[in-house]
Design a protein around this ligand. Structure first.
Ligand code: NAP
Length: 185
C-alpha cells in the first residue's frame, strides 16, 4: 500500500542523478552531488520529510562521507539489511523484515510527513511492489560515465505522471507521481 492510499505522508523515492542516469559515480563516489546540492538548495524537501528508509549500501557509503556532506536531516533513519550489525549505530534503526513492513514501520515514524526511500536497489524493489507515491529527482549538470544506475536491471517499465519542475542554480528538481494499482512482481 502506498502512502497516499493509506493517508498521511507520501512515500518518496528521492535521489540526485547525473544527466547520464547515475546516482553514484564509480566506486560509490558522491562528491559530485555536493558540488551542486546542499540541504539548503530546496529546503522544502527536507522540511517535508519525517523519516528515511535506506538500503544498507547507502548507509555504509554515507558513513564514509565527511560530516559536511551529510548535513541533511530527514528525521529517524531506518536501514534495511539481511544482516544487521552486532553493535548498534547511533541514530539508526536496523530492520530485517519484509519490504512492505519496513516501509510501514519507517512511515509510521515520519509523523505524517513524507518517508524518503534511498538506494537504487531498495527503491527499485519498492517501485516494483507498488509502495511508492512519488519520485523526486535532482538532475545535476554532469556526466559520470559509470557508477550506480538510477534503477536496478529488471525493474521493468513504469509509467510516471509529471508533477512539477523547479530550478535552483544549476540544479533541476523534477517530481513525478507514481500511479497506483500497479501489479507487484
Ligand atoms: N544520488 C543519490 O541521491 C543517492 C541516494 C541514495 C544512495 N545513493 C548511492 O547509491 C549507492 C547504493 O545503492 P545500491 O542500490 O547499491 O544499494 P542500496 O539500495 O542502498 O542497499 C542495498 C542493500 O540493502 C539491503 N536490502 C535491500 N533490499 C532488502 C530487502 N528487501 N530486505 C533486506 N535487506 C535489503 C541489502 O543489504 P544486505 O546485503 O546487508 O542484506 C542490499 O545489499 C551508494 O553509492 C549510495 O551512495 C545515491
Amino acid at each position: 500500500m502506498s502512502g497516499s492510499s493509506a493517508g498521511g505522508g507520501q512515500v518518496v523515492v528521492n535521489r540526485s542523478m547525473s544527466l547520464d542516469g547515475f546516482i553514484a559515480g564509480p566506486g560509490d563516489t558522491m562528491g559530485w552531488v555536493h558540488d551542486y546540492l546542499t540541504a539548503d538548495t530546496f529546503p522544502e524537501v527536507m522540511a517535508a520529510t519525517g523519516a528515511m528508509l535506506v538500503g544498507r549500501r547507502t548507509h555504509e557509503v554515507a558513513r564514509q562521507m565527511a560530516a559536511e556532506d551529510t548535513d541533511y536531516d530527514g528525521g529517524p533513519v531506518f536501514v534495511l539489511t539481511h544482516r544487521p550489525p552486532d553493535e548498534p549505530v547511533a541514530g539508526v534503526t536496523f530492520l530485517s523484515c519484509d519490504l512492505a513492513e519496513a516501509v510501514a514501520t519507517a512511515r509510521a515514524a515520519a509523523g505524517g510527513k513524507n518517508l524518503e526511500v534511498l538506494g537504487a536497489d531498495l527503491a527499485s524493489q519498492c517501485l516494483r511492489q507498488g509502495l511508492v507515491d512519488e519520485v523526486l529527482v535532482y538532475v545535476l549538470p554532469v556526466l559520470l560515465g559509470d557508477g550506480v544506475r538510477f534503477s536496478t536491471p529488471g525493474l521493468g517499465r513504469i509509467e510516471l505522471e509529471p508533477v512539477s519542475r523547479q530550478q535552483s542554480g544549476a540544479v533541476t528538481l523534477l517530481r513525478f507521481r507514481v500511479p497506483a494499482a500497479r501489479p507487484a512482481g
